[in-house]
Design a protein around this ligand. Structure first.
Ligand SMILES: Cc1ncc(COP(=O)(O)O)c(C=O)c1O
Length: 372
């Protein structure tokens, strides 16, 4: 039986894949001049084929992929884009990069994302797009959201930064809307340090996107620029690592699912604790095994996290609702579900290399601290 470990049990962390050293060394030694984008092209093709979408474009971050999508949607200064109040701040920031306004909406207890039932009340004549976010491997109610978007002629951008590997009624996250963004930051399911992917099925967007990520360059004349774009590249070396890790993505998803099952078997019967919800049609990747404290325990969420930290267990708090931040208006308590989840949710250790023995230890400490 594991007692207090020497090293912190981390919330995330990748496994090494079989081909990563080979590909990265190859990209380093040979990936220049005529071969400067070989791995970028391979990674994009393999990613599009894995998802079953037409076009995938490597990006430096998930944030830049979200920003790019909004530009392609034609969102302009003064427009509004609806996002869940409970999400990572990147979602709001990219809207404000354009001079548009992020409209923060209430979330749903089951999906941890936009509540489709309440969505219409946030729509105004200025609304241009809706951005559902697939949080922690859970997925937004895409059917409900798309129904409303269609009725009001709005674009839908999936923030699938945390959604890789999730399936919704047979379709992968990222293929259920006009465009989607993925993140490959170091804690993600496919981790390459920093990186992202923009995906779409629309050819004209893809072609404009390829130019926009290179300062709006023309493909006809070298160093000729057609519009003001961005510098949003991924390096060939990062793409080499991405390709190697993508080859083993199904193994990583299997591990995440097993880790969640280990937690579920040990925790699901504790009254007042909710684990990642499951619902019909959703095949979650369980990117982060998570729990929400739904009643008063002897310790608050933050006290519990400090205690676990002393016991060498790393956890993450759920994102704070964006409306709590002064920079986005400080509109406290407008969204009771977003506030409940944001202030009582914890991501548990979920790295793919976790062992059942370590999960036993985490659960023992959790039970001891919560006195359950
Ligand atoms: C929900 C969500 N959206 C957007 C992002 C932004 O991705 P990145 O950190 O790659 O810019 C992240 C990741 O950190 C995220 O978790």
């Amino acid at each position: 039986m594991l007692t207090k470990p020497e090293e912190l049990i981390l919330t995330a962390g990748p496994a090494n894949s079989r081909n990563e050293v080979k590909y990265v060394v190859d990209a380093t030694m040979r990936g220049w001049n005529f071969h400067h984008s070989d791995y970028i092209v391979k990674f994009e093709k393999a990613f599009a084929s894995y998802l079953g979408c037409k076009y995938a474009l490597t990006m430096p971050t998930g944030t830049s992929a979200l920003h790019l999508a909004l530009v392609l949607f034609g969102v302009k200064a003064g427009d509004e884009v609806i996002i869940p109040d409970l999400t990572y701040v990147a979602c709001a920031n990219v809207i404000h990069y354009i001079g548009a306004k992020a409209v923060l909406a209430e979330v749903d207890r089951q999906t941890w994302s936009l509540d489709a039932e309440k969505l219409e009340k946030y729509i105004t004549p200025k609304t241009r797009a809706i951005m559902p976010v697939h949080l922690y491997g859970n997925m937004a109610d895409m059917n409900g959201i798309k129904r409303i978007a269609k009725k009001h002629h709005l674009r839908v951008l999936e923030d699938a930064c945390e959604g890789l590997g999730c399936i919704y009624y047979g379709k992968p996250a990222g293929t259920l809307s006009d465009a989607a963004a993925f993140s490959f930051q170091g804690a993600k399911l496919l981790a390459i340090g920093e990186g992202g992917m923009f995906v779409t099925n629309k050819k004209d967007w893809y072609e404009r996107a390829r130019s926009l990520v290179d300062h709006g360059v023309s493909f006809k004349h070298q160093f000729w620029h057609n519009e003001i774009g961005f510098m949003y590249p991924m390096s060939n070396i990062q793409a080499a690592l991405g390709l190697a890790r993508l080859e083993e993505i199904n193994w990583s998803i299997e591990r995440k699912r097993r880790i969640f099952k280990w937690y579920y078997d040990r925790l699901h019967d504790i009254p007042g604790i909710t684990l990642n919800p499951s619902r019909p049609g959703l095949h979650s990747s369980y990117w982060m095994s998570s729990l929400v404290l739904d009643k008063k325990f002897p310790l608050s969420r933050n006290q519990l996290r400090w205690k676990l930290r002393e016991q060498k267990i790393d956890t993450r708090p759920f994102f704070y609702p964006i409306s709590m931040f002064n920079l986005y208006g400080k509109r406290h308590k407008q969204h009771p579900v977003a506030y409940h989840l944001g202030l009582n949710g914890i991501n548990l250790p979920s790295g793919v290399m976790l062992t059942e023995e370590k999960i036993d230890y985490v659960v023992r400490c959790l039970r001891q601290n919560l006195r359950v």
